[in-house]
Ligand binder design. Structure first.
Ligand code: NAD
Length: 274
């Protein structure tokens, strides 16, 4: 196994969320009239992780707008399409040096380019999926990744019945071939969709094949070398966060909106879907 360290926020690593945001004192969109030059690497490293996630959303919205022929977009239009308030949008875009033009807003293609450079999307990232069960099949068959710059270029499993079987048009390889196939096909992102007990060994093979980014669906903390980035996806955690926000809204309602009989509203009266 390669040299070990904790998954994120381990020794020697700075948490993205705790980094001082660049441009937080930047002027609002209406105060500056020229777009700034491309974001530099240092600045990109200082963008809070939550803002990075929103940049990906803005990119999706902007790409759809560009497809429909839009050349400019106001911060109000973009924020409402992205489901983010416009002050937060302007702050997020200030991180990448984009302040818009008074009375015009943002040039769609310029903004797309700036966000793509910031997110490192100026070239394709070949993706390998390991563990072609329920989740792996869904990921391999999903047609939305290539168009976003993430073609699925290799599939791996340990199950002999799956080896050689095409899934989403790509034959499944045995996990023993992970290092060789990943190196040959220039895989840069590995997606782990195996049972948790298999995930660490799979991760080690991916790293041996030159993979430097891992998206882990298995409920286990992976140990990786310093140069490898791991993100964990846990839908249960997302549901818990959702539950927290619903509960917090209920608390807010309780404080600000007494019921008609003068009593505070209870949690069981939360209206979902606002
Ligand atoms: N993060 C989430 O929100 C989320 C949601 C669903 C599932 N999961 C996790 O994703 C993983 C896959 O779930 P699933 O429902 O697709 O399971 P599954 O049992 O349908 O598929 C697992 C696949 O992994 C393969 N496998 C087993 N050992 C392997 C190994 N050593 N190397 C390579 N492949 C191996 C199996 O042959 C099978 O094809 C599980 O760890 C599950 O807990 C996470």
């Amino acid at each position: 196994m390669a040299a070990q360290r904790g998954q994120r926020g381990g020794p020697g690593r700075k948490s993205a969320e705790s980094a001082a945001p660049v441009g937080s004192g930047a002027p609002a969109a209406s105060e500056v009239t020229t777009p700034m030059p491309a974001v530099d690497e240092q600045r990109a490293r200082s963008i809070p992780e939550a803002a990075v996630a929103r940049l990906a959303v803005y990119l999706r919205v902007l790409s759809a707008m560009a497809e429909q022929g839009a050349t400019t977009v106001s911060s109000e239009e973009l924020s409402s399409s992205a489901g983010v308030n416009s002050a937060k949008l302007r702050k997020d875009l200030s991180y990448i040096g984009s302040y818009g033009t008074r009375g015009v807003g943002y040039e769609v293609d310029v903004l797309v380019g700036q966000i793509e450079r910031t997110l490192g999307l100026t070239h394709n990232h070949q993706v390998a999926v390991v563990g072609i069960g329920n989740l792996g099949h869904a990921l391999a068959n999903y047609g939305g990744f290539p168009g976003r710059g993430f073609p699925v270029a290799a599939l791996f499993d340990v199950d002999e019945d799956l080896i050689g079987v095409p899934v989403g048009g790509l034959a499944v390889n045995h996990i023993d071939e992970i290092p060789l196939v990943c190196a040959q096909r220039g895989i840069s992102i590995g997606v782990i969709a195996t049972p948790p007990a298999a995930a660490q060994a799979v991760c080690d093979r991916l790293v041996a094949g030159g993979v430097e980014s891992v998206l882990n669906f298995a409920p286990v903390v992976l140990q990786v070398p310093e140069h490898v980035e791991v993100r964990k996806v846990d839908l249960a955690v997302e549901l818990q966060i959702l539950s927290f926000h619903v509960a917090r809204r209920a608390d807010d309602d309780e404080e600000t909106e007494p019921a008609a009989n003068g009593q505070a509203k209870g949690v069981d009266r939360v209206v979902i879907g606002r």
